[in-house]
Design a protein around this ligand. Structure first.
Ligand code: F0G
Length: 449
């Protein structure tokens, strides 16, 4: 059989709520045309993020019931630790309430002002946590990634020559670690090849610099390696993931993505001294080292999720369904970041809405219209989010894991193509109110006439 089906059946459902275009018009006005300010119950399909929005499995819910809520030495922690160690090979596993808590702890220990931290592309919380220590976060994506239309199998790769040059120019002492984000979220959800991780490993080893994976979407990345990188088609996703982790000295992880958990994360390292410092910081704000800001039940849900996410049928369906959305809207004439990534499709709003200049926020205009027209919530990743530093004006449609079926995606395709048909009628927006930082969450907009 060639048809790829959702590899699950549905046991518990929640009804969607329909409201009229007129009602959505009123809600948009009230929300200052900022989709973060909407109530989730007014959204029909919520593609704001794939983070923390997964449907958990019956096995995960069963594990939740097994959760050991002891303050110290919880069995749930040892179950999680065993699973993380067998997958990553790292000796220390430090649970945190989510990915950014792992980032904050890692960078607080390793980074100082004058330091530079390279990455293929930093996610916004990663960048913010590095810069909070006074260090500088530098993106080193490969040059070809700047063209949204170029089709490369591993468009998320880090530019290894640029990394070498940076280390030689600045001196290895100023680079406390190098990060590689798999998959490259801010770069369009594009994968990183094993060869690239290995090449980065060689450079960092030569200079004595630790290499960390920002491993949020490690399973999706492993699947792309299996599909696209010579020599990996016969390996399982688990084997490929193990190899990816074996090249690094540690990782940060948000269990809200590739562990199907609604909350959670962890920080791993092989360095005993570092682990001790990190654990001390953990106790200060997150909690005792065997729960790190989570309930025992969360630790168990993550441990099970880390098994399920590497199942062949799941990953095959996951990547195929993202590609299905991308292919159908691209064939209908909507420019997307090519090729489709793992967890999301990114529309190039600057290319789609050529008549709306950057300073009138084409991505935001499109996000507003997609909600108004069809009740779909997406997120602008462009000048609203990054100001003048934005390289592109993108609209991200992130797909929650195991939540929507193919007919939901068909509805989404139809909605996007309908908006595309009358795209010339769309107008830009202006910002009328904004906070001093992370403005995309609370800014208020006004449509331009
Ligand atoms: N790193 C990457 C690559 C991420 O995508 C995220 C979160 C984090 C770190 C932080 O993890 O949310 O658990 O603290 N990304 C979400 C998103 C929020 O919508 O892309 P967290």
């Amino acid at each position: 059989m060639r048809t790829i089906i959702e590899p699950f059946w549905i046991k518990s459902v929640e009804s969607l709520k329909w409201i009229s275009v007129e009602q959505r018009d009123a809600l948009l006005k009230e929300a200052g045309y900022n989709l973060f300010q909407l109530r989730a119950s007014d959204v029909l399909l919520d593609l704001l993020t794939d983070s923390g929005t997964s449907a958990m499995s019956t096995e995960q819910w069963a594990a939740v019931m097994r959760g050991d809520e002891s303050y110290a030495g919880s069995e749930s922690f040892f179950r999680l630790k065993r699973r993380v160690q067998s997958l990553t090979g790292f000796s220390h596993v430090i649970p945190t309430h989510q990915g950014r808590a792992a980032e904050r702890i890692l960078f607080s220990v390793l980074c100082k002002p004058e330091h530079i931290v390279p990455n293929n592309t930093h996610f916004d919380t990663t960048r913010a946590n590095i810069e909070f220590t006074g260090a500088r976060a530098v993106d080193l994506p490969i040059a070809e990634a700047s063209d949204t239309q170029s089709r490369l199998p591993f468009k998320g790769n880090l530019d290894v020559n640029a990394l070498e040059q940076l280390i030689e120019r600045e001196g290895a002492k100023r680079v406390p670690l190098v990060l590689v984000t798999v998959t490259n979220n801010s770069g369009g959800g594009q994968p990183v090849s094993m060869a690239n991780i290995r090449a980065v490993r060689e450079v960092t080893r030569k200079h004595g610099i630790p290499l960390y994976l920002d491993a949020c979407r490690f399973a999706e990345n492993a699947w792309f390696i299996k599909q696209r990188e010579p020599g990996y088609s016969e390996k399982t996703a688990e084997e490929i993931a193990r190899e990816m982790f074996s090249l690094a000295d540690g990782c940060t992880f948000s269990a809200k993505k590739d562990a199907f958990a609604n909350i959670g994360g962890f920080l791993c390292t092989n360095d005993d001294l570092l682990a001790e410092k990190e654990t001390n910081l953990l106790i200060l704000t997150e909690g005792f080292p065997t729960y790190g800001g989570l309930a025992g039940r969360d630790l168990d849900a993550i441990a099970v999720g880390l098994e399920e996410v590497l199942q062949h049928e799941y990953l095959e369906y996951r990547i195929a369904s993202t590609a299905y959305l991308g292919r159908h809207i691209a064939e209908g004439g909507v420019p997307i970041v090519e090729p489709p990534g793992g967890h999301a499709i990114y529309i190039d709003a600057e290319l789609m809405l050529e008549h709306i200049p950057k300073n009138e926020f084409p991505g935001q205009a499109l996000a507003i219209e997609l909600f108004r027209h069809a009740g779909v919530r997406s997120v602008e990743i462009g000048s609203v989010m990054f100001g003048g530093a934005a390289r592109h004006e993108l609209l991200r449609l992130a797909i929650p894991r195991r939540v929507y079926t193919q007919s939901h995606i068909d509805y989404l395709v139809e909605a996007i193509l309908e908006v595309n048909e009358r795209k010339h009628k769309l107008r830009g927006v202006k910002i009328v109110e904004e906070p001093p930082f992370l403005r995309h969450f609370t800014a208020r907009f006004q449509p331009l006439a």
